[in-house]
Design a protein. Sequence first.
Lengths: 348, 348
Amino acid sequence: MATVKDVAAHAGVSVGTVSKVLSGDATVKDALRAKVMAAVAALEYRPNMAARALRTNKINVIGLVVPDITNPFFAQLAFRIETEAAERGHMVMLANTHDDLATEARQIAALLRQAPRGLIIVATSDSSAAAGPIEVPVVSLDRRFQDSALISTDHAAGSALVAAHLVGLGHRRIAYLCGPQQTEVGRQRLNGFRDEIARRAATHPDLVISVHEAQFDYESGEQIARRLFAQEDDLRPTAVAAASDQIALGVLRAARDMALEVPRDVAVAGFDDITLAALSVPRLTTVSQPVQALAKAAVDRILGAAGASPAAAGASGDIFVEGALVVRGSTQARVPPPSGSGIGSGRV
Amino acid sequence: MATVKDVAAHAGVSVGTVSKVLSGDATVKDALRAKVMAAVAALEYRPNMAARALRTNKINVIGLVVPDITNPFFAQLAFRIETEAAERGHMVMLANTHDDLATEARQIAALLRQAPRGLIIVATSDSSAAAGPIEVPVVSLDRRFQDSALISTDHAAGSALVAAHLVGLGHRRIAYLCGPQQTEVGRQRLNGFRDEIARRAATHPDLVISVHEAQFDYESGEQIARRLFAQEDDLRPTAVAAASDQIALGVLRAARDMALEVPRDVAVAGFDDITLAALSVPRLTTVSQPVQALAKAAVDRILGAAGASPAAAGASGDIFVEGALVVRGSTQARVPPPSGSGIGSGRV
DNA sequence: CTGAAAGCGCTTACAG
DNA sequence: CTGAAAGCGCTTACAG
């Protein structure tokens, strides 16, 4: 491997000049610059990153910590983060914590030893233990790590979109299958949904909501839905919104088993827009998480936003990005939209 | 950050001794070792990886190049590789090529600049262009990169397992939906299936196989299956094996649409064992790829197998790992097993 | 068994 | 505008 020394000799200049040319120092005269560039090309010189890192004490690497890259949502985040980082000349070091606190601590320590530009951490679901001050920028993604700033989907706003959609379709008896209330995500999604329903109840006095706590999984969704669907027709909800697509898929299964047709007999909506949501029968109305925006915000935080909007962050430094309602076959109008709202008012 | 110098001063020894203790040099006397360790603990000393890398010219990092980490199979490989590497004290740098040749070349160059221990590459589907000699160990995973050794599932053997399973269940009229024959995977899976059928035909003269080329996707599977299922009962295959789960899922859909019950009217089997395979109705019989063994073999190749089996590699250095047949609800016996084979002979 | 010293490849004040 | 020199933190022959 050629070094700056070789390049300097080949170009007939000092190593200092080579270094300046390489770093784009504007004070180098064009003639010298050209000679150096020629030598760089001739020798196929590639800078030694370790030496540069030792000298400057920073390396173009971002550490990414996730519970399990096998989770499709985390894989999507990782994909976007890596792509964004690559565009800005940085590599990504990946670490899985297996959703285990001790492993998380170990992985973070290992990452820190590489002296990365910063850390993007999707924390383990157990609240993460404090682990001594970290000298590089750290940002939490999706799940908060210690007291670092959080970047996540605006779960409450997303749930509100679903609530508004269902009410707009004419549903008045709605069941909400919330996630575990000891999780922040579970709470925020429920709050957003309930608040929006409360707002709508002002103009729709007949609006009724029932809330049922589920796990974020298929089974609990199916189980709760079976109970709901076993009720008489005029008690049964006409729409079921779930705190996750997994739950909603379970609801879909229960409906099919109990000979209820979706969306004719009951509308169903989820949250997350996992791949399966577009493959179910019928396809699932849901809220897609703004993966790319989340990834970009996280990388911007570490590398410094180049022309980004620092205003997006609140005083706490937290950033919440709005998801988008994706309307598919599992929801449809119960009654025609009020004539006053005009043609197409049912679209979102 | 404390340095070796600080530790040396704190322990009252030279930096050379500190370094020796840290590297586990056995010649250091216990008394000194203890003093050094105490200083390390007191100062919370953490070695500077950049300095170590500069000096030794190697860094405990493995580069991993995949087309797209969002692909569940690659995500699983990445998860296992990272876990395996972490256990051996190494970090993983992740790069996505977006299945684009130019991006692949750029990502590999970027990775190489970090002077990693080696590169594990899942090549882009287009044959990868040569890109100058690479100085570190490189191993291809799943898809061959240039002329580097390949580690992959033994696709032919896996297909043979499916063929043997179906014949063993009593099927004599079998359709095989192969993958694109310009892909190596497509060819190997077809060859393995066809060879096993040919072998069985020796003892089952009535065994008939028809082969139909599909893409590795849902749609082409559904489309071909519709044609197959439109045939009269005594021409229609009693079993359909597909070169991928995606294809098989399409077959399942076609069967449902045409009122054929799986597995009663027709047995269906796939390949890959994607997550969806265990969620379909009925659940899909398939071949699971030995992800963990593949990952371990790849890491062993880069880091040097600690007590592994070098004998596993052929002369070419290629390693093929056998997948496992996973029997689920989509296949079942057409006829009782021959009495000679005893109870339970139908199990695999 | 331990220490002193060189040197890995780079960047960065500092002279000139 | 360019060059000479120090030094980042570590490891490793080499003396002793």
